[in-house]
Design a protein around this ligand. Structure first.
Ligand code: UDP
Length: 476
């Protein structure tokens, strides 16, 4: 019998492609044929890692389809979400993603995979899979908690019970009391508009319910209440198989995720090795967040005021308008390492020198921090990051919020130096910090147990493979 063949089709955004590559490696390590579908510009996100993993007997194919950037009035080569030069072009970008349907279906027709694991932001791929009687499995790239909260907000619209944007409301019927404000919700939750980006977000849930199931980059022990809650309100299947980043056991695979890092790995490790255990605050806001010059200045002053040692990742776009306070780099050169561009995040987080992580709460970063057993300072900016913050602070109690309360698709600002410094100190020094650290370490242990043979995520993957192989016979 020929091995199962999985198609993986991630959204062209780092936060979606990185975990998808890990997912492909995992299934391939269980003898499944894995093919990743992407666009020419994004081939490099996968190719080096795929090459490296060949030596371990893990074979992954890549197939490319055209991305119609120019046809949709996007700059040449604008094939990834973080490359969209302005939020006013997001609509064009999503139009271009939807135009991948036809070439994608041609590939499905040619290869006849046993299963399509496609991004939630490609809701049309449910129809593509149905045309060929192939199960479509959705990958959201987020956890159970965020989906449960989002579902309750959608069903109950609790934000209608408050009269101002800053008043808090309780999200009903959840295992914990979760309070949010309207400013923390996405425009897609609050209003309906004709634009294609709104249409796609509305189609996502419908497409989810018509799909065979949903894969979660999470693990049962992390979100037990919400795993149970989710499986109660959903009719289709779900499998928790994470944390996916833990499949990377070698230095290169931890260091080079998504892009080549802008610092030499050995130089970075040497710097970390010279520091005391748990003494470094790692500060990074993922691939899509951009801060204004004045917010960067506040952040620099907040870091300095906290008195802690640090690694701070400043993105290229921020670097252009970076307003580091005068003399900041000189004053902090013993204490801090600034990485301009892309950092080897998982490698850094896994180093015992790191004691806390200031994060925008993208789900991958959140889970990578949890897998490394470090407390988090939550600084959400957009998407479901405000929900992930609640999981960290109110449910798991492994970190504190910095006080950011406004969903911003573009450049973000508004958090003051005092708040930044206070939040960093709360997770680094004192009795309260000890509590965060102890709980964070417990989740780290549980994460590692989950992926080992016989662990919950290992079994989740076994169940996924069994379910797909039993889906039925292919029809020509
Ligand atoms: N990442 C990285 N180096 C960086 C910034 C980000 O390796 O300098 C990785 C990070 O480890 C994570 C992903 O990029 O796997 C970002 O995903 P996340 O969901 O945290 O945020 P997004 O970029 O989608 O907002």
């Amino acid at each position: 019998m020929s091995p199962l063949h999985f198609f993986f089709f991630p959204m062209v955004a780092q936060g979606h492609m990185i975990p998808t590559l890990d997912m492909a490696k995992l299934v391939a390590s269980r003898g499944v044929k894995a093919t990743i579908i992407t666009t020419p510009l994004n081939e490099s996100v996968f190719s080096d890692s795929i090459e490296r993993n060949k030596h371990l007997g893990i074979e992954i194919d890549i197939r490319l389809i055209t991305f119609q950037a120019v046809e949709n009035d996007l700059p040449i080569g604008c094939e990834r979400l973080d490359l969209v030069p302005s939020p006013v072009l997001f609509n064009n970008f999503f139009k271009a993603t939807a135009m991948m349907q036809e070439p994608f279906e041609n590939l499905v027709k040619e290869c006849r995979p046993d299963c399509i694991v496609s991004d939630m932001l490609y809701p049309w791929s449910t129809d593509s899979a149905a045309k060929f009687n192939i199960p479509r499995i959705v990958f959201h790239g987020t956890g159970f908690f965020a989906l449960c909260v989002a579902e309750s907000i959608k069903r109950n619209k609790p934000f209608k019970n408050v009269s101002t944007d800053s008043e808090t409301f309780v999200v009903p019927n959840l295992p914990h009391q979760i309070r949010l404000t309207r400013t923390q919700l996405s425009p897609f939750d609050l209003e309906e508009k004709e634009a294609i980006i709104f249409k796609i977000f509305h189609e996502v849930r419908e497409a989810d319910s018509k799909s065979y199931g949903v894969i979660f980059n999470s693990f049962y022990e992390l979100e037990t209440d919400y795993f149970e809650y989710y499986t109660k309100f959903q009719d289709n299947k779900s499998w928790a198989i994470g944390p996916l980043s833990l499949c990377n056991r070698y230095i290169e695979d931890k260091a080079e995720r998504g892009m080549k890092s802008c610092i030499d790995t050995h130089e970075c490790l040497k710097w970390l090795d010279s520091k005391k255990s748990g003494s470094i605050v790692y500060i990074c806001f993922g691939s899509g967040v951009t801060f204004t010059g004045s917010q960067i200045e506040e952040l620099a002053m907040g870091i300095e005021d906290s008195g802690q040692e640090f690694i701070w990742v400043i993105r290229e776009q921020e670097n252009e308008n970076s307003c580091l306070p005068e003399g900041f780099e000189e004053r902090t050169k013993e204490k801090g390492l600034i990485i301009r561009g892309w950092a080897p995040q998982v490698l850094i987080l896994d180093h015992e020198g790191v004691g806390a992580f200031v994060t925008h709460c993208g789900w991958n970063s959140t889970l990578e921090g949890i897998s490394a057993g470090v407390p988090l300072v939550a600084w959400p900016v957009f998407a479901e990051q405000f929900l992930n913050e609640k999981l960290v602070t109110d449910v798991l109690r492994i970190g504190v919020g910095v006080g950011s309360v406004k969903w911003e698709a573009a450049a973000s600002e508004g958090v003051k130096r005092e708040e930044i410094s206070k939040a960093i100190k709360r997770v680094m020094v004192g009795e309260e910090a000890e509590g965060f650290k102890n709980r964070a370490k417990e989740y780290k242990e549980k994460a590692r147990e989950a992926i080992e043979e016989g662990g919950s995520s290992y079994n989740g993957l076994t169940n996924l493979l069994q379910d797909v192989s039993m889906f039925g016979t292919k029809i020509d």
